[in-house]
Design a protein around this ligand. Structure first.
Ligand code: DP6
Length: 374
């Protein structure tokens, strides 16, 4: 019985992937260019652990950001002759960046089955970030989604009848193959990724705009990103995800993510910020606890990360506000707070938390609505 269920699950899964293979193109445009801006996102329930083909080990949900974006322009020109290699130049802030090319090449290999025109063109990919380079802010979510958007916009010129829903779903599907969290950057303000029983329409293959009611307290929610350490991470997210295979607490962690997502659903509807804080901060610390208990173990937080967390806890107690923190896979701290508390919280951040930032650097971001065609 179990075996049969597994077989059905696999059939359903492979069928869904095939759905992203397009109908044959009738015409291919000779030349053109397209530009998109796509944001970063910050997970409230974290994706940590994956299976083959970028399938998440657990479901996640994130706030889409507004200020931290990657802008990517793709110029495309049809090759004189079809060749079996991908052909592209890569510019980062106007300068050639050879070291970024292997990652793009891997991305193209993963998505060519779903965008079969990719080998017919030479591309000039010109990309830049709104946030400082080497700020420790992951650019993979915004960068991979911006590139996927440009390629999908190209496909739309060959297959113009695609609906906005199908377009967004396929962009998210493609982005996921570049970087898991990138599939949550296309829309906003909240995007959920990964199958879970509490969210109808949830999928391991793409992110969906959170389909339920969201309380107005989350409108314009702030995320002030404190840049604690701008250095290169010692352990990449990709390696961190790998270390969840055979991790002693993996099963419990994956179950916890489903439970937290269900609990968060209630909080998002009723706007209970006390419960919001306890889920979000626990998720952040659990993510780092997974790193500290993997084999090999590692620590991405820095002493100043902990100092900031302690200051937030102290201030929250004293001020009766609802400021809280979350972390991504690094030392930087995302300070989250509602719009109606910004006049109290922001001066506290400037006075007490910014001194812990490297060179006093921080980014004022807030919840955003997703990618934009420029
Ligand atoms: C800690 O999406 O960067 O930010 O799929 O290997 O590219 P890859 O990993 P990535 O992992 C992000 C992990 C996280 C949590 C999250 O965003 O959910």
């Amino acid at each position: 019985m179990i075996a049969l269920k597994t077989i059905f699950a696999q059939i359903e899964y492979s069928m869904s992937e095939k759905d992203f293979i397009p109908a044959p193109y009738t015409t291919l445009k000779e030349e053109g260019s397209v530009t998109y801006s796509s944001p970063s996102n910050i997970a409230l329930v974290k994706y940590w652990g994956k299976r083959e083909n970028q399938i998440p080990a657990n479901p996640s949900i994130s706030f889409t950001l507004a200020a931290c974006v990657t802008k990517t322009c793709v110029h495309y020109k049809k090759k004189a002759q079809h060749s079996d290699e991908f052909s592209f130049d890569l510019l980062f802030e106007g300068e050639a960046k050879e070291e970024f090319k292997p990652k793009i090449n891997t991305f193209l290999k993963r998505i060519v089955a779903y965008l079969p025109f990719l080998k017919d063109y030479h591309f000039i990919i010109n990309t830049s970030n709104s946030f400082p380079h080497s700020s420790g802010i992951a650019s993979s979510a915004s960068g991979m989604s911006a590139l996927a958007l440009c390629f999908m916009e190209m496909e739309k010129t060959f297959l113009p009848n695609i609906t906005t829903n199908d377009f967004n779903r396929k962009v998210s599907f493609l982005s996921r193959l570049g970087s898991g969290s990138a599939c949550r950057s296309i829309e906003g303000p909240l995007v959920q990724w990964g199958e879970t029983s509490s969210i109808k329409g949830s999928s391991n293959l793409y992110g969906i705009k959170y389909p339920y009611e969201v309380h107005e307290i989350f409108n314009n929610f702030h995320d002030t990103i404190l840049l604690v350490d701008k250095g290169e991470k010692q352990v990449s997210s990709t390696v961190g995800h790998e270390l969840m295979h055979g991790h002693p607490f993996a099963t419990q962690r994956f179950d916890q993510a489903h439970t937290n997502l269900e609990k968060l659903g209630k909080v998002l509807a009723d706007g209970n910020l006390i419960d919001f804080i306890s889920i979000v901060e626990s998720e952040a610390l659990t993510l780092h606890a997974m790193m500290m208990t993997s084999n090999p173990y590692f620590i991405l937080m820095k002493p100043n990360t902990l100092s900031i967390i302690n200051e937030i806890w102290k201030f929250r107690e004293e001020s009766n506000t609802h400021v809280c923190f979350t972390l991504d896979a690094g030392a930087n701290v995302h300070v989250l707070y509602p719009e109606n508390e910004k006049d109290v919280v922001f001066p506290f951040i400037k006075e007490k938390l910014v001194p812990f930032c490297q060179n006093g650097q921080y980014i004022c971001d807030r919840i955003g609505l997703g990618a934009k065609k420029l």
